[in-house]
Design a protein around this ligand. Structure first.
Ligand code: BJW
Length: 236
């Protein structure tokens, strides 16, 4: 493969699986145990905010013990080397709401489905870092009203974040890599086609072939903590 200068990497739940954070659609995954329509939609939050906030509070608590793994570290190292080598563009887009890429040191990072450690007030749009439990009677620190606090995550039917920046990067990248994602949720599942249309080389690194594997020109299957560092090393 010719030298690549502009790279977009998309990560999904599989990159954090070996850090102890559950995926969504694997056996025993979150959406195998719980109905996403009752927990991850604006309608669910309107109907039963206590249950939805309880679900995200539990995941916040679970996140406090999670540590970045070898795959997160390999991607942070790749970014450092990429930029030191004078290459122009590096964008890591994650669908994950955990903070493990930040822990590993990734800087050019976009959380397209939001961040679990941020709370947003749906009454005044105030956004803040938060490790405490959310509750319907907790007051927003900005507008001081109760009832508006919600996790800063993107639920089904809501617009993912940073799409203009992502599509701009996809339109000019010459290497697109998807890691640990099942390719079932749009628009992220369509990024590989977008990158291909623009002439990028496309690589899939995940545990096993999934819905969109046929769209990738290069594929490596196995646990992220093995395939990601190996692939990064192979880039030279
Ligand atoms: C390993 C591993 C290891 C395991 N090593 N690998 C009909 C058709 C098309 C689209 C739609 C439709 N009906 C509705 C839609 C739209 C909808 C959608 O896509 N639905 C589909 C389910 C059909 N999308 C939306 O609503 C999105 N918004 C939207 O579309 O806005 C309008 C719009 C229109 C046009 C342009 C742009 C926008 C919003 C989606 C929000 C998703 N939210 C969630 C929850 C976030 C908060 C939370 O965490 O609670 O995001 S759902 C969940 O799925 C989460 C994830 O980010 C997302 C993707 O999951 P991911 O990461 O792929 O995880 P898994 O579990 O599916 O896969 C894990 C993979 O890892 C597997 O492949 C394993 O093999 C692998 N793995 N262990 C390596 N150790």
């Amino acid at each position: 493969m010719a030298r690549s200068d502009r790279i977009v990497i998309l990560t999904g739940a599989g990159v954090s699986a070996e850090s102890g954070l559950g995926t969504f659609r694997d056996e025993g995954g979150l959406w195998a145990k719980f109905d996403p329509m009752k927990l991850a939609t604006p309608e669910a939050f309107a109907d039963d905010p206590e249950t939805v906030l309880g679900f995200y509070n539990a995941r916040r608590a679970n996140l406090s013990d999670a540590k970045a793994n070898a795959a997160h570290h390999a991607l942070a190292e790749l970014e450092q080397n990429w930029m030191m080598d004078g290459r122009s563009d590096f964008l890591l887009v994650t669908q994950n709401i955990d903070d493990l890429h930040e822990q590993a040191g990734s800087a050019s990072l976009l959380h397209m489905h939001g961040e679990l450690l941020r709370t947003r007030c749906s009454l005044c749009d105030h956004l803040f870092y938060d490790r405490e439990d959310m509750a319907i009677d907790r007051l927003c620190p900005a507008c001081t009203k109760a009832g508006g606090l919600r996790p800063h995550v993107v639920w089904f039917g809501e617009m993912p974040l940073g799409l203009d920046q992502i599509y701009a990067a996809l339109s000019r990248c010459d290497l697109f890599v998807a890691i640990g994602t099942s390719g079932t949720v749009y628009p992220a599942a369509g990024f590989v086609s977008e990158a291909r249309r623009n002439g990028a080389h496309t690589v899939e690194l995940t545990l096993e072939p999934g819905e969109i594997s046929d769209f990738f020109s290069e594929r490596h299957y196995g646990p992220a903590t093995e395939v990601v560092p190996e692939w990064v090393q192979g880039l030279g």
